[in-house]
Design a protein around this ligand. Structure first.
Ligand code: F6R
Length: 603
């Protein structure tokens, strides 16, 4: 999604903006731009394509100043062209604005503003905002922004500068993230923490409805009604080094290898911040239904939890795609627990599901990686995955960290409901603590997995099959392959193959089978025979030696044996590495796959 950076202070604004935008590249974008206040007035530079194009253009133009805003755009309204790239200017070219989100009533506003003589230069929904600021401006930029956003329906995070106010940066948020940081002589703004990690570690996460004014050394915040608020700063424990590749070819590769630590830190976090305290405000004893709500990879983590929790909690547990859940109007109430899972904590569909669940009286727990993000703030209780900063657009370490947190939460809930004794809980936690070591063992199999990738990276289609808890992992394996290598891949519950996908099997169709002694091994062997009978190519990941499997498989990867709860930690890294090496060999943009965004803040 779009990224925003703003700066005011003694440094060269263009340098801070361009380095911030580069750090936001992982969010996905198709064009980028900056507006800098120079001695000759506001200067706007925008380019289609990579940030490198913009860096070159800014350098060539030789512009410099101490106040500026920058933007990476991910097109929603209007093609990715230079005119549609942000920042956008008002008619006088003294106000510049960048925006992340969607203004739903932009058509009405555009008609109204055009009738009042405003000239539009782009096809974007955003441009109405800068003309609205112009319309309301009478010397007070904060007030003009407040009045302008009051007219907008939809989601926005905006940053605005005005040539008459060389030390002022104004921001507003509704539904899209914005963070501010202040140092004694400067102030920074961004849509995401990584943009600012080289400069600050303490951040103020703006809330919905807030308008903020940043000046060197100062942050002032007002609520929707214009009442002043005390900004709250939070420390973010991320190290700027974690934003570097540390010798790996891609961030995704690095993040796959960081999983043992990410899982161990997540499991440990229960000890450092006792969950009893975090969850103490909730009444979990009377829960009758649990919904796990998420999108994409986080939804696959939710599905894993559904398989792990249902037998533990003896309750209906349902994993739901957040964008569907919102519109299903499920019957929720005090006896419903909604667990919202999100790496970014800002995915709009999941965030709105959280809000709806709260309005319906349900109790809501967020499982989130980004400290202080919207879901973390809005859920009744939050459990953090401690995966650290994830830069690769494809989620890897945050997925296994989510599963670690959810496995632990399942045990914790079973204990809270009196279904698990203290000794059983201790034994299960002990078992779970083996997960980092298991991941390490699987990562050692990388050369063999890379060999598979070399054999198969030219194939256009893949089928992934699994049963039980291996079914969501098959879905995740297929998602990883398709999103970074652009190869068509489908995940299926192995038992469903004969109800349709079997028609796809032929001698050039690789079928990745997840086989475990823990999940219906005989049924899965029968599914493999069905593939074999149609000459499909069987790539089997197995955590147990079985002569029949050995005979059926064209290629066999033997994973370390484990328990049912630990299956995600052995199968997932192998599937991630396979997708990674296939994509690398194909030469795709592994860390920033086309059309994808790290944080999806539009519906
Ligand atoms: C896939 C991927 C996405 C995200 C999804 C939800 O690799 O990363 O499918 O999982 O956009 O994002 P979060 O977890 O931030 O809510």
């Amino acid at each position: 999604m779009c990224g925003i950076v703003g700066y005011v202070g003694p440094q060269k604004a263009e340098e801070v903006l361009l380095s911030g935008l580069t750090r936001l590249e992982y969010r996905g974008y198709d064009s980028a731009g900056v507006a800098i206040l120079t001695p000759g007035g506001l200067r706007l530079i925008r380019r289609v394509g990579k940030i490198a194009n913009l860096v070159e253009a800014v350098r060539e133009a030789g512009i410099t100043g101490n106040l500026g805003i920058g933007h990476t755009r991910w097109a929603t309204h209007g093609l990715p062209t230079e005119d549609n790239a942000h920042p956008h200017c008002d008619c006088t070219e003294r106000i510049a604005l960048v925006h992340n989100g969607i203004i739903e009533n932009h058509r009405e506003l555009r008609e109204e503003l055009a009738l009042r003589g405003h000239r539009f230069r782009s096809q974007t929904d955003t441009e109405v905002l800068v003309h609205l600021v112009e319309e309301h401006y009478q010397g007070d930029l904060v007030e003009a922004v407040r009045q302008a956003v009051a007219r907008a329906v939809g989601a926005y995070a905006i940053a605005v500068i005005h040539a008459d106010h060389p030390t002022v940066l104004v921001a507003a948020r509704q539904g899209s993230p914005l963070v501010a940081a202040v140092l004694p002589q400067e102030a920074f703004l961004a849509s995401d923490v990584p943009a600012l990690l080289p400069y600050a570690r303490r951040f103020c996460f703006l809330e919905d409805g807030e308008v903020a004014q940043l000046r060197p050394g100062e942050l002032r915040v007002w609520d929707r009604q214009g009442r002043p608020k005390q900004p709250v700063f939070r420390e973010v424990p991320w190290d700027p080094l974690s934003a570097e590749k540390a010798g790996f070819r891609h961030f995704m590769e690095k993040e796959i290898h960081e999983q043992p630590r990410a899982i161990a830190d997540t499991l440990r976090s229960e000890l450092s911040t006792p969950w009893e305290e975090g969850l103490s405000g909730l009444d979990l004893s009377e829960i009758e239904h649990v919904y796990l709500v998420a999108c994409g990879t986080s939804y696959h983590a939710a599905m894993v939890a559904e398989y792990l929790w249902e037998p533990l909690l003896r309750l209906p547990v349902t994993a739901e795609i957040a964008s569907e859940f919102r519109y299903k109007t499920p019957a929720l109430g005090r006896r419903t627990l909604v667990v919202a899972i999100s790496q970014s904590g800002e995915t709009i569909d999941t965030l709105v599901a959280v809000r709806q669940a709260k309005e319906s009286g349900a109790q809501v727990i967020g499982v989130v990686n980004v400290v202080g993000s919207a879901i973390a703030r809005e859920a009744h209780a939050v459990l953090y995955t401690r995966a650290g900063l994830e830069i690769g657009v494809a989620a890897t370490k945050t997925f296994t960290a989510q599963i670690a947190a959810l496995a632990l939460l399942g045990l914790w809930l079973a204990r809270a409901r009196g279904l698990l004794g203290e000794a059983e809980l201790r034994a299960a936690k002990e078992e779970l603590s083996r997960a980092p070591r298991l991941v390490e063992e699987v990562l050692k199999l990388e050369p063999k997995i890379e060999g598979w990738a070399q054999k198969f990276y030219t194939y256009p289609n893949f089928l992934y099959l699994g049963r039980g808890v291996l079914y969501p992992l098959a879905l995740e394996g297929a998602l990883k392959l398709k999103e970074i290598s652009y190869i068509h891949a489908e995940g299926y519950a192995a038992g469903e193959m004969k109800h349709g996908p079997i028609a796809l099997i032929h001698e050039a169709m690789p079928v990745v089978v997840l086989y475990s002694a823990q999940e219906l091994p005989h049924k899965v062997i029968a599914n493999m025979q069905e593939v074999r009978a149609r000459r499909g190519i069987l790539l089997v990941l197995a955590d147990a030696q079985d002569p029949e499997v050995q005979e059926l498989a064209d290629h066999l990867l033997l994973l370390p044996p484990s328990s049912r709860m630990l299956l995600p930690f052995t199968f997932t890294p192998a599937l991630q590495l396979f997708a990674y090496h296939v994509a690398r060999l194909k030469g795709t943009d592994v860390d920033q796959p086309r059309n994808l965004a790290k944080t999806v803040t539009v519906e």
